[in-house]
Design a protein around this ligand. Structure first.
Ligand code: AKB
Length: 316
């Protein structure tokens, strides 16, 4: 039986992925770690430990002691926050990945998952239906770190045979754990504010179209990629995933169907420039062909679940 380590288990992806992995592999076989306390269900459904991915020595002890065979390394500083402290963000995003890749190589880890992002693309990339292989000149420190990370993952695969797998996530939308510091996070905040105050002041322009994905589809895709037969995988940098694409005025119109009084205003900040440098939609045909990625949620279905679940959470 595989023993799985999740790094960043208190975060937006980790808090939901940990539970899904425990359902598949058994609670005791999925070791959740983070530098901060995780949600209650993560702490109660299996082992949880505070662990810093930057501490390579402690990490190695943990992996050896618990006979870890697979690692999901999800900790990262996202695009908006990384622009505020570029060198620190670079250091955290790159050093943590290199710690994991080295650890994987030295300890015979069977499989490693590391998330990349649509942020690897830049203003010179074709914006509509962005292909898997294309021009990549990211202009954010987050995007630069993700692109470098993709090259490192592929390097470890080619040079050392380390089985690294990765997805370029679009903006991820979820209600369980709030995201922090991303450019696409307006599409999470808007639901909370819609439920709390029936209004939202958006930090992007009304027509800032971006690719997005509801968390259940992201979790499902991640597990599907990690379960795929290695011989089927033609990409060892990171797979494009498309999900759904919409802009702030479209999501606001969808929310209005449930909350007719809902009002949106626009005060674009520095994140608007980041959004303009990213794709509006993604071609994910390679992921579909290689390992059969597919999605269940469109904008309408996702909006319905987000409003219902946030309403329950906030007692509204
Ligand atoms: C961000 O906005 O920084 C992230 C991402 C698209 O990777 N959600």
């Amino acid at each position: 039986m595989d023993k799985i380590l999740v790094i960043g288990a208190a975060g937006q992806i980790g808090s939901e992925l940990t539970i899904a992995l425990r359902n598949n592999y058994g609670g005791e076989n999925v070791f959740a770690t983070d530098i901060k306390q995780a949600p209650q269900d993560v702490v109660e459904s299996g082992p949880f430990q505070i662990l810093d991915v930057m501490d390579a020595k402690n990490l190695a002890h943990f992996v050896i002691r618990n006979k870890i065979t697979q690692i999901y390394h999800l900790a990262a500083v996202l695009s908006g926050n990384a622009e505020k402290l570029p060198l620190q963000a670079w250091d955290i995003n790159m050093k943590s990945l290199l710690n994991i890749l080295n650890l994987g190589k030295e300890n015979g880890i069977k499989r490693i998952f590391w998330p990349s992002s649509i942020a690897v693309f830049g203003p010179t990339t074709p914006r509509v239906s962005t292909p898997q292989l294309t021009v990549m000149e990211p202009t954010t420190v987050y995007g630069i770190s993700k692109l470098a990370g993709e090259r490192w993952c592929e390097y470890y695969w080619k040079k050392y045979g380390l089985d690294t797998r990765s997805i370029r996530y679009p903006g991820l939308i979820s209600y369980k754990t709030e995201a922090g510091g991303g450019t696409t996070d307006y599409a999470v905040e808007i639901f909370y504010d819609a439920v709390k105050t029936k209004s939202y002041d958006c930090f992007l322009k009304d027509d800032a179209r971006l690719p997005m994905m509801f968390m259940p589809d992201a979790i499902d895709s991640t597990i599907k990629l990690m379960d795929a037969d290695a011989s089927k995988l033609t990409i060892r940098s990171s797979y494009n995933l498309g999900g759904i694409d919409f802009d702030p005025k479209e999501i606001a119109a969808e929310i209005k169907k449930h909350i007719p009084e809902f009002k949106i205003t626009y005060t674009p900040d520095f994140r608007q420039k980041i959004a303009e440098s990213w794709p509006a939609s993604i071609d994910d045909s390679v992921a579909k062909n290689d390992w059969g990625c597919k999605y269940e949620y469109d904008l309408a279905k996702m909006t319905e679940v987000m409003l219902r679940e946030i309403g329950k959470k906030l007692g509204k």
